[in-house]
Design a protein. Sequence first.
Length: 752
Amino acid sequence: MEKGDRLLHNSVTTVALAINGTSNSKHIVQWASNKFISGGGVMFKLLHVRPRIKMVPSPIGNLPVEQVQDDVASAYKKEEEWKTEVMLRPYKNMCSAKQIETEVVILEAEDVAEAISKEVTENNISMLVIGASSKNAIFRKLWGSNLSSRISECTPSFCTVYVVSREMIDLDTEVNFPFQRPCLPQLQHNLAYASKDYESSNSAHPLLTRNTFLFEDSRVSSSNTSETQYSNSIASLRSYQTDKSWSSNMSFYRSTEYSQSGNEGDIHLELERLRTEINHFMRIHKLAPDESISASQQLNDIHTHHTEEILRLQEIWSRLEKTTRMAQQEKERREAAEKEAEYVKECTEIEVLLGKDVEKSASHEVSEKQSLEKELACSSEPYVKYTWEEIVAATLSFSDALKIGVGASGTVYRGSFHHTVAAIKVLNSNEGYTTRQFKQELEILSRVRHPHVLLLLGACTEKGCLVYEYMENGSLEDRLQCKNNTLPLPWFCRFRIAWEVAFALIFLHNSKPEPIVHRDLKPANILLDNNFVSKIGDAGLSTLFPTLNMPLSTMYKDTDPVGTFFYMDPEYQRTGLVSPKSDTYALGMVILQLLTAKSPMGLALIVETALERDCLMEILDSKAGQWPKAEAKELAILGLCCLEMRRKDRPDLKDQVLPVLERLKAMAEQAYDSALHDPSVPPNHFICPILKVVMDDPCIAADGYTYNRNAIETWLSRNDTSPMTNLLLPTKEIICNNSLLSAIKDWKARTQ
């Protein structure tokens, strides 16, 4: 036995299975596992061809992938890869159940047959199993213009193609149709004989077509088989598969026309020529390792010759990067100084305008607020109507210093009406704001009253402005990211916020006379008050169902889909059909962000993988404290259930989601009470923002924050900016906080 033959004999045989996700794919895996597992030394390679992604869905329809942002296109591709992996997982599990080594290969191409042929050629795969494209007779499978025929035509000659028919498997008959390339002409009556031989055999034999002839093992044919044995093989039509992968550029028999009786002399000549070509191929095969060794030696010489040049280039590149970083740092420092100067100027202007009435406003604020609430309760109008002049005055002519947020639909400012602070949203366009639909929606939204829904105080209809109650702690998104170095939300607050958001959504979905679907639920639209109680903001316009008597589960067509991409219901993106379960999908993503504080892009796959590997605690937000493992896992599973791709698979908010969140909230509140009454736990304002320990010498810096003396002095010796706001400090002077020092000493005395 030659050396090449021994290597081929000892290697593992790779069998490729073409999987398209249809019901026939299951039968392909079932047939192949029964067919090839008995021989041992077999590895299955599951091939799946999907078209290249050229279009990406968006709120305005499908867009070419070149016209969307890179992060959106990347997220869509990852989602499609995840869907493909989920589709192929059952077939991989079938192979694993029978202890078959399996590899999944996903190909992107427009032509399925060419993609499979290329994969077979590059990996030297000798056996390929595909499904039949039609349900009719055997000959239609072989000769019909279907995908099975195209794959067999494109597949290189060294690979045997098995076409598996579902009907044959249902009859418990192991029948497959391996295709080979045309070699010798075949007699007309051979076809009927081969078909009869198929029916009488329990194992899969190749079916001969008019231009097909299959050789037996090349080692036998090249050395141990005489010309007489070849002639007998042709006469008896007993064909065998070759078990050795031949090069696709190897020349076989010419397709010469023979008579029905055949010409024995021509056959002998053809057999002699075949032996010569086989011997030539074997000599080339022996020379291949020597050529590979020579190429490797040349590559090593080239690598050694250029080592010094590469090292010098790396050194130059390192110096260039260092210089670039220094220039960037200097630029950022200059820009920060300019921003700080502008900020100080604006603050001075605001203090001049507001400083005169500070003492009066403190005593008058409570009475004005009560008067405003009474006016809202007794007024015949559903909301307070503000004039444009009042809006301009409340925002100090829309000063940037009062700007607290910018969204897709408008800009939000902090304003004051009669010493009452409010949030004023100025919509981007005033087109159509005086229409009957706009007024009707304003009237309904102004009557919505719920402890976890942001209160709409009034509006300026002539310019498209909405006035809401002011929320001191900003959005949930800013708190999860600890914007401006704010303290992170503890885990028990996050459990409570998840329940509050779900409770508010149920209220909106059951509002009368028309249900309200938010359609743009995300952490940026969940606001927190002074006690970190959450309220859903930006309930939005055009979110009302169009009829008065409509079941809660009903969907309606929305010709202008709105929302944020990663929080939008996939079915809503694809079909434009919106329902209350569109908000359920967004709630699932908010729950996962409460657990991890990560970006929504690919977050569902990250959490699902962590649950499968039992490493969920590693991806949870560590800044939230010590998470309870069992409850955190239960909340993560609930969030993934809300993120099901199909609307009908998502749980019901009222009957399935809210009870779980209510139980988790009760547990979180109990943990919060225990921590609150634990005398050994110091209050947050006793902790130094720099050292993260209880202060022993608290001092107030120019930014208004209190730090431990040694920590802030060390910081100021190296920096001119605030450690909390990163803004330039007007002075480096610090003042001792004696009242806080006294409180810290009392606490230490009690705990000791």
